[in-house]
Design a binder for this molecule. Sequence first.
Ligand code: ATP
Ligand code: MG
Length: 445
Amino acid sequence: MDLPFQITEILERLELTGFSAFVVGGCVRDFLMGLSPHDFDITTSATPAETKRVFADCRVVETGIKHGTVTVLYKGISTEITTFRVDGGYSDGRHPDSVVFSRDITDDLSRRDFTMNGIAYSPKRGFIDPFGGENDIKRGVIRAIGDADKRFSEDALRVLRAVRFSSVLSFEIEEQTARAIRAHEGDLRKVSVERILAELKRLLCGRDVKRVLLEYSSLFAKIIPPLGEEIGFEQGSKYHDRTLYEHTAAAVENSPPTEEMRFAMLFHDLGKVKCKTTDENGECHYYGHAEISAELCDEIMRGLKCDNSLRERVVRIVRYHDIPVDTERKYIRRQLAKHGAEEFEDIMNAHIADDSAKADFCRERIPKIQEVIKIAREIAAEQPCLSARALAITGEDLKPYVPPSPLMGEILSQLLSEVVDEKIPNEKAALLERARGILEERIQK
Ligand code: ATP
Ligand code: MG
């Protein structure tokens, strides 16, 4: 395994002073999967005090001293070094009551969650893999270390980690482990919303998110109850060939893997449950559902303590996920003026994700949506005037004709709307002339 030189030196230093030391966890898993690790965690037989002594010449921060973790700043990189440990009981289903340091790497590996995360490696000692993690990685299997039921009752976050890994890595969850997940999904209420949100973000961006949403639907209903109401909900419409929840899961996976798009698609149709109507032909309609979905989405994301910026972006995509699709230049310019280029493209991508999760014939509209995106990009590249700030005149220029008043604001916004519609060019002389024209029209009225 290729390690950054600093990591190799840290391991060597610990070994030279009489301790054993390994890289462990995600980085070993990533390496065995052929991916490049994003960070390297080190585990060692040295106690935190011993580690501090070994790195007395470096900056050492006691980041998690209770759990045996210190962070060492070594030749420009900072690395967490954690003492081998076994965890005591977990009476709250979240945190070990006590941790006991150990001198044995196998002890440390056995407290870890899944076999794929329970492998250690050092250049001196090679791979230490007591639970068959490498084999499970080869076969694409997530398996709890030890008794799955016990491991999930110790720490309910593992339930969500398993499902997140399954989505991101496209790994299947082994049967006993899957059964234990289902048995412990209710324990997720013990997990803080911050951690649930963090896992959910990564899970939703995974490439196997649809399978995971469908296989563990009741788990998602526990975390987000309104989503549970979509399960088994028949849409009663010729546009739909599956239940609302199945449609939602497919729409999530069909959208670009960004947090805002994935959350938006997860929540885009929540409002349907609340506004179903049936016409005389037995066809169901959901008038106004986008707005209700947006309100529910806002509430859920506040509950998950999502940051305002992401929440607001998601809510707007949900609110507008259903606007008309039109290739007319004037329409697109108006939408760009309202949403900005980025949000408008997100909204159009939501349309594509939505249509591709409906009955087959609905896909016929997708080329048209793609055409709208193309035109919108061309328009945006021209850097058009689509906001009051970009107008070639300001209130200052109008002062000789109109005193500062609400009327001035009205004139400016009418000028902007005519520029957006390309009725007049965004040029000072033309704008002033038109402003005088508008004034005259007003006076005549
Ligand atoms: P990634 O960083 O890509 O999320 P990772 O496996 O490195 O994956 P971390 O949260 O960084 O995940 O944790 C590092 C290691 O610590 C894991 O590989 C696993 O061995 C162990 N670990 C993390 N969380 C838990 C947990 N809740 N229960 C048991 N072991 C855990
Ligand atoms: Mg990690």
